[in-house]
Design a protein around this ligand. Structure first.
Ligand SMILES: Cc1cc2nc3c(=O)[nH]c(=O)nc-3n(C[C@H](O)[C@H](O)[C@H](O)COP(=O)(O)OP(=O)(O)OC[C@H]3O[C@@H](n4cnc5c(N)ncnc54)[C@H](O)[C@@H]3O)c2cc1C
Length: 464
């Protein structure tokens, strides 16, 4: 006879554990099934370890610039990659232990280690055992895409997951992919001391951002010595004595024939993520996916099967820890509180954690133009921000777009020191659905980055 649960959650990422807690508090008998590490991508191989490594890289950067601040450090600044990794492992372990202990403390919860597969709409098989349930919640996340470039099967490559085991300094790290994950690794390894080349198919980095953001980020990274090979629309890989040879353009570009081939010691793929739906048995329950394998959900996270939901990256409606957690909040509100919260209430927000970081909310300028909305724009260079000057880190700018008819903020970008924190003032005003004057008239603390947001809003111009 199969074991019976009120609910089964597959995947213990950023949404599953919180939902398990709420469901068990509501008196449901719940099983959570995880095939790798509790806490999922963010805790083990994503946000937490990368930001921990970014912090080590920043320490090296600041140490090298010590003289600019009047501080003398005798001798060469060296990075001990073994210690960098140990620090990262320790911080990841604290978070992983935190999730594990939290789940272990939940009454009515059974934690099962293993790969889960649906067998019909009410059954899940794991470790050979068939479980039966009334409700299924899929929180299976995604993994790094490995592109099918010619030669890929003959070379050694790294992904964000295997990068977590690196405890040495790659001599020359080639990163295929010039977007969020690739750029964080690029700056980090350059600061650790590697030569770094970023190979990107598109003509500019982080192509979903406005062009001026892409250019500014590229300039920041180039100033530190990161090399770029953009417009690499045809990539081939060959094993080489040193490591790998990457041919970036089948037909040479105008940039010159020298740019056509790079030889590196290591290669990292950062070309996007694919959902973990290829071995989940979705077809046995007739659950619909889109053409890329993401599970289709409605505005309240329901799949096409009424008692099955999908939260987090796997539903393709967000690709961040905060969107996965918000999915949990929406699902729990609908399931238990009679509160009809929905995904479409969410305003897009995210960061790019290069240094200085990029904080983003809402529409880009390109999206505003495309929408045809009559808009106002405000811009301020970080060189005008006292906090940035005091820290001698004046790269970047902030920009805000406002609906000219309603005075509501449509979107904003802060690329500059503390841009990832300062953007929250704008995020909150947008969530309050308040006009921009609310933040323009607020008194902010001096000297901070945030204090210049009211000044920027006081000088809006029509977007031509
Ligand atoms: C390098 C990197 C850096 C990132 N940095 C940030 C950041 O700074 N900020 C941010 O917001 N986001 C960041 N992200 C994205 C963030 O990690 C994800 O958006 C988030 O983890 C998604 O959570 P999730 O719950 O949807 O899935 P996941 O965290 O991926 O969890 C899914 C879990 O399901 C398990 N699983 C899958 N299939 C099965 C199965 N069949 N049976 C059992 N278990 C299964 C997996 O093992 C995994 O543990 C980063 C990602 C990467 C790769």
């Amino acid at each position: 006879m199969s074991k019976k649960f009120d609910a089964i959650i597959i995947g213990a990422g950023q949404a599953g554990p919180s939902l398990a807690e709420r469901m068990t508090q509501e008196g449901l008998k719940v099983a959570i099934i995880e095939r790798k590490l509790l806490g999922g991508t963010c805790v083990n191989v994503g946000c937490i370890p990368t930001k921990t490594l970014v912090a080590s890289a920043r320490a090296a950067y600041v140490a090298r610039r010590a003289d600019d601040f009047g501080v003398s450090i005798a001798g060469e600044i060296k990075v001990d990659m073994g210690k960098v990794k140990s620090r990262k492992d320790k911080i990841v372990k604290q978070s992983n232990d935190g999730v594990t202990n939290w789940l272990n403390r939940m009454e009515n919860l059974t934690i099962i280690e293993g790969h889960a597969r649906l067998e019909g709409a009410h059954n899940v098989r794991v470790n050979g055992e068939l479980l039966e349930t009334d409700k299924i919640v899929l929180n299976v996340g995604g993994r790094a895409t490995v592109p099918d470039f010619p030669g890929v099967d003959d070379i050694d490559y790294l992904t964000n997951s295997s990068m977590m085991d690196v405890d040495f300094l790659p001599e020359h790290l080639i990163i295929v992919g010039g977007s969020y994950i690739g750029l964080e690794f690029a700056q980090m390894y350059r600061r650790f001391g590697s030569r770094v080349t970023v190979v990107e198919r598109s003509r500019r980095l982080i192509a979903r951002e406005d062009e001026e953001v892409s250019i500014a980020v590229q300039e920041i990274l180039e100033a530190e010595g990161v090399e770029f090979q953009l417009g690499a629309d045809c990539i081939e890989l060959v094993k080489h004595d040193v490591g790998v040879r990457v041919t970036t353009n089948c037909k040479p570009l105008n940039d010159g024939p020298d740019n056509d081939e790079i030889i590196g010691s290591h290669l990292l793929f950062a070309v996007g993520r694919r959902p973990n739906t290829d071995d989940l048995g979705l077809e046995t329950a007739n659950i619909e996916t889109d053409e890329r394998g993401f599970i289709k959900v409605d505005d309240q996270l329901r799949t096409n099967i009424p008692h099955i939901w999908a939260m987090g990256d796997v539903n393709g409606r967000g690709a961040f820890t905060h969107t996965a957690f918000n999915d949990f909040e929406i699902l729990a509100a609908n399931m238990f509180d009679g509160d009809t919260r929905k995904i479409s209430d969410r305003i897009p927000v995210y960061g790019l954690f290069v240094d200085p970081p990029l904080g983003r909310v809402g529409m880009s300028e390109a999206q505003v133009r495309e929408s045809g909305c009559k808009a106002l724009v405000g811009k301020m260079m970080m060189a005008r921000v006292g906090r940035a000057r005091e820290r001698s880190e004046t790269q970047g700018f902030m920009k805000v777009l406002v609906d000219a008819e309603t005075d509501k903020i449509l979107g904003a970008t802060i690329l500059g020191i503390e841009g990832d924190e300062a953007i929250h003032g704008i995020i909150d005003v947008m969530y309050a659905d308040a006009p921009y004057q609310v933040i323009q008239r607020a008194v902010h603390i001096h000297p901070t980055v945030s204090e210049l947001i009211p000044t920027m809003l006081g000088d809006l111009k029509p977007l031509d």
